[in-house]
Ligand binder design. Structure first.
Ligand SMILES: [Zn+2]
Ligand SMILES: [Zn+2]
Length: 407
């Protein structure tokens, strides 16, 4: 491609070349690409710049294209002769508005387009949030929910409800604070906690309150016209309201009954307590097991076998005694691992087997196992406090005695 007066853009000519005619400039550039020494060119054409800067003040090349934004000529900077090509095609830009066919272009036109796109997107988001709010308002409007009668609550409902109310009932008793804000734990394991919450929400005893934040909910549209949708929510983030109606129309008396339930005269009380004691105890064993294993760097998730082993141990020993079995088993396995007798995987897998065989020997030989205390890191959880102290009124015995039906 030949450089000529016709294919150079002289409109923004650098001052350092302004004393030269267009013809002289073309002649100088041609000599440059033919290989003349830059220093000699600077002298000959009386250009006041250094050798490396000369090519940068060359007028750019008109490539014959026009700007999509303003219609002016597109130009390309001329490249140093050390490159194979005179032009840098990737750096073409509009001689008038500076537009470049690049996503980062910040010319006045692109700036405006980006601002408009941003505004549209913001409006779209705002509309989406409005729509979501509307859907949530309709869905969770109290008028559409049938209230549960207090007298219809089961023993399990009452226990779980007491746990949640004690942990999270708002000061004015009108709603339940997000469960993530509770100080202390609801139950010894996350699985048990989720079960407590999902039992109450599944039976519509607790319903997400409109006090919750919009972001605590997700809406998934199931049909293209968005008429069908599914609402999900974060069970630890939403506020709840109590969807239970008192028998005597006295809300605050009901709250008191629900927080401090007296169930001893209810049918099935004894069986319910025995069964729940077993579940709380099992979960406390798992909590302690995971805590001790985690502390020595084991990764472990309890499966069926683990559950069976601890269920069996709880037939003979209290949680407090099983703590000592777990403590010994974890300590033994880490000792063997540190002595390089076994691998880490083997060591962590051996803990449950060791709990089992130690327990079996203790049963067979009638050993008196040590009673361990609760750890500072694992304080008593709400479910245990409510069950043992309020409902069964056996307090610490729930921890130091094995579960029995006739407490
Ligand atoms: Zn332009
Ligand atoms: Zn642009």
């Amino acid at each position: 491609m030949e450089i000529s007066i016709n294919n150079l853009d002289f409109s923004n000519l650098d001052n350092k070349l302004s004393h030269l005619s267009k013809e002289k400039i073309v002649e100088m550039i041609t000599s440059y690409y033919e290989g003349d020494k830059v220093k000699e060119l600077l002298e000959k054409y009386e250009i006041d710049t250094n050798t490396s800067n000369l090519v940068r003040i060359f007028p750019p090349f008109l490539n014959g294209e026009y700007c999509m934004k303003c219609g002016s000529f597109i130009v390309m900077p001329l490249e140093s002769r050390s490159y194979s090509n005179y032009f840098n095609n990737s750096q073409k830009y509009c001689s008038n508005c500076g537009h470049q066919e690049e996503s980062f272009c910040n010319c006045e036109f692109c700036k405006k387009e980006k601002m408009e796109a941003k505004k549209l997107e913001e409006e779209r988001q705002k509309k989406l949030v409005e729509k979501k709010k509307q859907l949530l308002c309709n869905h969770y409007n109290e008028d559409y929910w049938e209230t549960i009668l207090e007298s219809d609550l089961s023993l399990e409902d009452r226990l779980y409800l007491a746990v949640v109310l004690r942990g999270a009932l708002s000061e004015d008793t009108s709603y339940i604070e997000p469960l993530e804000k509770i100080e202390g734990e609801i139950a010894p394991t996350p699985e048990f906690e989720v079960e407590i919450v999902k039992t109450l929400t599944g039976r519509n005893i607790l319903v997400p309150s409109l006090k919750s934040k919009v972001n605590d909910f997700e809406i998934e549209y199931l049909s293209e016209d968005e008429e069908q949708y599914k609402i999900t929510y974060y069970i630890y983030k939403v506020h709840y309201r109590l969807n239970v109606m008192p028998e005597d129309a006295d809300y605050s008396a009901m709250i008191k009954r629900l927080m401090y339930p007296d169930l001893s005269r209810e049918e099935g009380f004894q069986d319910f307590c025995y069964e729940t004691w077993g579940r709380v105890a099992l979960n406390e064993c798992l909590q302690y097991l995971l805590y001790q294993m985690h502390r020595v760097g084991y990764t472990f998730s309890p499966g069926d076998k683990t559950l069976r082993v601890f269920e069996e141990l709880l037939e003979y020993f209290s949680v407090s005694q099983i703590y000592s079995i777990i403590y010994r088993s974890v300590a033994n396995s880490t000792q063997r691992y540190q002595a390089k007798e076994i691998t880490k995987i083997h060591a962590q897998n051996s803990v449950i087997t060791s709990c089992e065989s130690y327990g079996q020997r203790a049963i067979a030989q009638g050993w008196k196992l040590t009673y361990y205390a609760r750890l500072r890191d694992l304080p008593e959880t709400y479910i245990s406090k409510v069950l043992f102290t309020s409902i069964m009124q056996i307090a610490e015995l729930g921890f130091t005695e094995k579960p029995t039906p006739d407490f």
